[in-house]
Design a protein around this ligand. Structure first.
Ligand code: MIC
Ligand code: SF4
Length: 636
């Protein structure tokens, strides 16, 4: 068996044979977690399920909505702190660090399964574990039941040979992968890294690579667990959590990709997509206005120490912001003298958290170019509508920060190591259930009740409210950044933000259509819903009256979120039909039997559609979404 099959077969709820690719598989889940921007909605749904205590190891991290300009974000955090205490969930307060980074530092063990309400949950694959990103409802259900179902992915081997040359980093490996696979080529796949090159990569380098598997639309990625894994766990005083894990000799894979690490060079993902990968050498000399280092992709001690080493003794030429991955990393940087040297170089050392990556501060100047070691450069995500973001490694970020232009690292860096530090101020651990039941959950005015949604009518009759193109991301559908404080307030978030950067009239038009009894329809093309796991990109459109989305192809997590909120996800059987539909057209779709042939009637034509949902989703869609379905089937 390959490593993926080994871990999955140990976690099959029903035991027995491994399912074939595409078949829905129900897995036991060892860990489930959220972060604050997805966590409040997840917790509201968990509470609505009537759950008294979570089953698997569960964590609520606070790392995204860190700006406290007003009561909303602090209200969300207080709700998360108290609801965690009530339900037996570990709480990670603001300042502790980024969820994915903290997860590998503290919780993930080789061989585990997990899901998290964030697309980069797949970061944990660097530890030899199978972790998936999912919407908040699916995470709530996993916390309640200890189970998660997913179509069984194909396993693709990524065979690594050689070792990274000077100046080339793990970021360049995953950018290379993106250049091979593209932003949708990972759909339905697990990338399993193997080969003699694996041993040359440290655990955090591996996590950089698995992290950005999300940008290829992959279900997840995984590395074997070996001596390098042990080394990391020992450094975290978690040596007992180590167990070696690898594929069997001669294991079978659906496909294979070969990468010679020694042959790589520094790469750059050019705005507006992580998939636009080019060589740094082709862009050298382009003026840069800002440099940002950190995010769940590149904020390990090694990453930041390498960045600091290259800067040492010199001053940055442009605004340079750094976000350490965790308080433990920040303390290690302090103890090894790097925080001081970073300050001396003029770097702004920011809070341990997502920060500029999710547009919570750190926006670039108008029409500026920001070089970031992050994983996404979608339009407007930085908070400055006309700015551009390119993605690079920490060494390229350092060289470019010094020169003010896209630059190659020009010298070798040796980093000074320092012992890892325990962050004793961080996690709030669960209390015994009897005590927990007495805890009062604090719901400030920012915590709004979940909206009620009705079941699916027999026929959807309404208007195409937006016609969109390829690669619409959840940042296009439901922007984050300055809107994060609205994550617990569906109505406000929908009215202020849904598609507002695509068409500022959308929310008003949608509500007017909904209130006259219309069923809103969205039309798009390839890779619809790429990017984040935020279920608000389904929840808010549903609140605005969207009942069906018809596209060429969906991204994995988003399609599950649409089902969870009762929006029917459909694909054009004949792609040419996309041209026959226009914004503003009246459409009609008979959904009385979701298992029958489905058609969209538009402009007097009958266009055949295919379901993008699974047979198991039919009842959920009919009930109007996952929560109404859960309540109906778990009554009494
Ligand atoms: C992101 O990087 O887009 C986020 C913010 O972490 C999202 C989650 C969210 O929108 O809350 C993700 O990746 O899933
Ligand atoms: Fe946070 Fe950015 Fe990672 Fe999302 S991608 S979890 S916003 S650091």
């Amino acid at each position: 068996m390959n490593l993926t099959e080994k871990i999955i077969s140990r976690h099959l709820v029903s035991g027995g044979e491994l399912p074939s690719a595409g078949e829905v598989v129900l897995l036991t889940i060892d860990e489930a977690f959220t972060q604050d921007a997805t966590g409040t909605m997840c917790m509201l749904q968990l509470e609505a399920m009537g759950i008294k205590r979570v089953k698997p190891l569960s964590v609520n991290f606070v790392d995204h909505s860190m700006m406290q300009s007003g009561f909303r974000n602090p209200d969300d955090h207080e709700y998360l702190r108290t609801v965690s205490r009530k339900l037996g969930i570990i709480y990670s307060p603001p300042g502790t660090g980024i969820c994915h980074f903290l997860n590998i530092e503290n919780f993930v063990k080789p061989g585990m399964t997990g899901i998290g309400a964030d697309s980069h949950t797949v970061n944990a694959g660097g530890m030899g574990a199978i972790f998936f990103g999912a919407g908040g409802y699916d995470v709530a259900l996993a916390m309640a039941t200890g189970e998660y179902s997913i179509p069984m992915p194909q396993v693709v081997q990524v065979h690594l040979t050689g070792a990274l040359p000077e100046g080339v980093m793990a970021m360049d490996v995953i950018l290379k992968m993106l250049s091979i696979v593209g932003v949708k080529g990972g759909k339905g796949k697990i990338f399993e890294y193997a080969g003699p090159g694996v041993a040359s990569l440290s655990l955090t380098e591996r996590a950089t690579i698995t992290n950005m598997g999300a940008e290829m639309g992959a279900s997840t990625s995984i590395f074997p667990s070996d001596e390098r894994t042990r080394e990391y766990l020992v450094s975290r005083r978690r040596g007992n959590d180590y167990q070696p894990m690898a594929a069997d000799e001669g294991a079978q894979y659906a496909d294979r990709i070969d990468i010679d690490l020694s042959g790589l060079e520094p790469l750059i993902a050019i705005y507006p997509s992580p998939g636009n990968v080019e060589k740094i050498s082709e862009h050298a000399g382009t003026p840069v206005n800002q440099v940002c280092v950190g995010s769940c992709t590149n904020s390990s001690f090694e990453n930041i120490a390498s960045f600091a080493e290259l800067l040492k003794g010199q001053r940055v030429a442009v605004d340079t912001l750094l976000y350490p991955g965790s308080r433990a990393v920040a303390m290690q940087l302090a103890n090894s003298g790097y925080i001081t040297s970073l300050w001396q170089s003029g770097v702004r050392v920011m809070e341990n958290g997502c920060g500029a990556c999710i547009g919570q501060g750190g926006s670039p100047v108008s029409k500026g170019l920001s070089l970031r070691t992050f994983n996404r450069n979608f339009p407007k995500r930085s908070g400055t509508a006309d700015a551009q973001v390119h993605l690079v490694s920490p060494l390229v970020a350092a060289a470019s920060a010094l020169s003010g232009k896209v630059s190659m690292p020009d010298r070798r860096v040796e980093i000074t190591s320092a012992p890892q530090v325990d962050d004793t101020a961080s996690f709030v651990m669960p209390i015994p259930q009897q005590q927990a039941e007495q805890v009062e959950v604090v719901r400030g005015p920012n915590i709004m009740a979940l909206p009620d949604f009705d079941g699916l009518p027999e026929r959807l009759e309404g208007e195409v409210l937006l016609k969109l193109g390829d690669n619409i991301s959840t940042d296009d559908i439901q922007p984050a950044g300055i809107y994060l404080p609205l994550r617990s307030n569906v109505k406000e978030y929908a009215m202020q933000a849904t598609f507002n950067q695509v068409d500022s009239t959308f929310s008003e038009r949608a509500v007017a259509h909904r209130d006259t009894g219309g069923h809103g329809v969205l039309v798009g093309r390839e890779n619809y819903g790429q990017g984040s796991s935020r279920e608000h990109a389904a929840l808010c459109p549903r609140w605005l009256g969207i009942r069906a989305v018809v596209v060429a192809q969906f991204a994995r997590i988003h399609v599950a979120n649409l089902v969870n909120f009762g929006i029917v996800p459909l694909t054009f059987r004949n792609m040419g039909d996309y041209e026959k539909v226009n914004q503003g057209d009246r459409v009609s779709i008979d959904v009385s039997n979701l298992e029958a042939d489905l058609f969209m009637i538009v402009n007097g034509e009958k266009l055949p559609l295919d379901p993008a949902f699974e047979p198991k989703d039919v009842e959920v869609l009919k009930a109007g979404g996952a929560l109404p379905y859960f309540k109906a089937t778990h009554r009494g």
